[in-house]
Design a protein. Structure first.
Length: 140
């Protein structure tokens, strides 16, 4: 829902190209820079830590019965959303309907969450995103 509203707003403001479904280079660069900064924050790190191990989350946040299970699912889902929401927002800069970029970002999320070096990969990607965002703005 939020992505649809954002897309609609970007289209109305003429900040997204109808042909490529990408943000203008300057706005796309800003989105990439914000995502890069977020990759380096303690909040991202905390969300990634919780999202990486659902079993650990269940053991440490157990709630009984159906309402408790629902609450656990919502809490864990919020950690996972906190971990990846700006990575998903990168699709606005790369092309909203691009299956290639969807697959690439999904593969990155997979690597970030499952490899032992995931937190380091997140930080390194944050630095790379900062550089790429500056490049996009410079090109725009």
């Amino acid at each position: 829902m939020f992505a649809t509203l954002a897309d609609w707003g970007f289209e109305r403001a003429a900040l997204i190209s109808p042909g490529t479904a990408r943000l203008t280079p300057v706005v796309g660069g800003i989105v990439v820079i914000v995502a890069g900064i977020y990759q380096l924050t303690p909040l991202k790190s905390a969300c990634l830590t919780h999202c990486r191990s659902p079993f650990d989350f269940i053991l440490n946040h157990w709630r009984g019965a159906a309402p408790g299970a629902m609450r656990m699912g919502l809490e864990h889902g919020l950690y996972c959303l906190g971990c990846c929401w700006l990575l998903m927002a990168l699709l606005f800069a790369a092309g909203i309907m691009s299956l290639l970029w969807m697959a690439a970002i999904s593969a990155f999320v997979f690597v970030e969450k499952l490899l032992p070096a995931g937190p380091w990969i997140a930080r390194a990607s944050g630095v790379a995103m900062l550089g790429f965002g500056v490049y996009l703005i410079w090109q725009g």
